[in-house]
Design a protein around this ligand. Structure first.
Ligand code: PMV
Length: 308
């Protein structure tokens, strides 16, 4: 039996603007994981996606099935013509459609588990490029940030079309990742931003540039050990995301609650219109921010230390 897992992720800064060539920062979230296990099967290559209660043969999967695509692309990369008779059992604790990278993580786990089973020492760039193809099936025109941070499992500074830069966290910091409980399809938010950009290209270009500047500044603060100064940048990035039209009342309620309760900063994370927000907290304000998020109707909170 071979097993591989992959973490979830959050985008710290730069979502949406990254689609237009601006830098973005993302970090893995190891508190949630996707796992793929390869077991012997007596009826060809089977995929069992436990969270969605589906079990199907590779041969029967439609071309746009991301897990099947991950398998096909891995086999083709390894020049394996006949799929092995195995069941790939996939499980995940990462909430779906909430900006935590669930799609990229399940596909990353599948690619790694299959490559391990076939004794192929697959590299992070290979995994990332295969998962990028599967992300296209899920998201349409992904920037590539999700597959990169999940496949590398390290903080990344990402500019579309360029090799990812891994960056170091000089001093750790604590985030609360708070779920609105509202599932949201990144594909739709990205398409709406595209339509708005086409209507008002100059205004949107300015907004994207401002977000990109924040992401670059944030990288410097993280690398030089000034994490508390990220708070005001998060608040500014959130205001810009609100302006480009990807917030929603549920996200606003959580962001405002966290800010009012003493978080150093707060912003939505990922595609927006639901999903998760992030609050940067100090040890002395964590409990008050958690209580405020509860009161504001949060569905669940994951606490994570970045850089530990
Ligand atoms: O997958 P999500 O919801 O974390 O969003 C991805 C970030 C976007 O910038 C909105 C889209 C992209 O492809 O980069």
């Amino acid at each position: 039996m071979t097993r591989a897992s992959a973490p979830g992720k959050v985008i710290l800064f730069g979502e949406h603007a990254v689609v237009y060539g601006q830098p973005a920062l993302a970090v893995p979230v190891t508190q949630v994981q996707a796992t793929a296990v390869v077991q012997p099967s007596d009826s060809g290559l089977l995929i069992e996606a436990r969270n969605v209660g589906r079990r199907y043969g590779l041969a029967d999967a439609p071309p746009d099935d991301p897990l099947a695509a991950a398998v096909r692309l891995t086999l083709s990369r390894l020049a394996v013509r006949t799929p092995p008779a195995v069941a790939l059992v996939v499980e995940s604790t990462i909430p779906i459609a909430s900006g935590l990278g669930s799609g990229a993580a399940v596909c990353t786990a599948v690619v790694r588990a299959l490559a391990n089973y076939l004794n192929y020492p697959i590299t992070n760039p290979e995994v990332s490029s295969i998962v990028f193809e599967t992300e296209k099936l899920l998201h349409g025109t992904p920037s590539g940030i999700d597959n990169t941070v999940v496949a590398y499992g390290q903080p990344v500074y990402f500019v579309k079309g360029q090799p990812p830069e891994l960056f170091t966290v000089a001093q750790s910091f604590q985030l609360l990742i708070a779920d609105t409980g509202l599932p949201s399809l990144t594909k739709l938010a990205v398409a709406d931003v595209r339509a708005a950009y086409e209507k008002e290209p100059d205004r949107y270009t300015q907004l994207f540039n401002a977000i990109g500047d924040i992401a670059s500044e944030a990288r410097t603060l993280i690398e030089t050990g000034h994490p508390t100064e990220l708070g005001p940048l998060m608040n500014r990035n959130h205001a810009l995301l609100h302006e480009i039209g990807v917030s929603c009342p549920e996200l606003e309620a959580l962001v405002t609650a966290a800010q009012d309760a003493g978080a150093l900063g707060a912003k939505l994370s990922g595609g927006g219109r639901g999903g998760n927000m992030l609050a940067l907290v100090a040890p002395e304000t964590e409990a008050a921010v958690r209580a405020a998020l509860d009161k504001a109707g949060v569905k669940r909170v994951i606490g994570t230390h970045v850089g530990v």
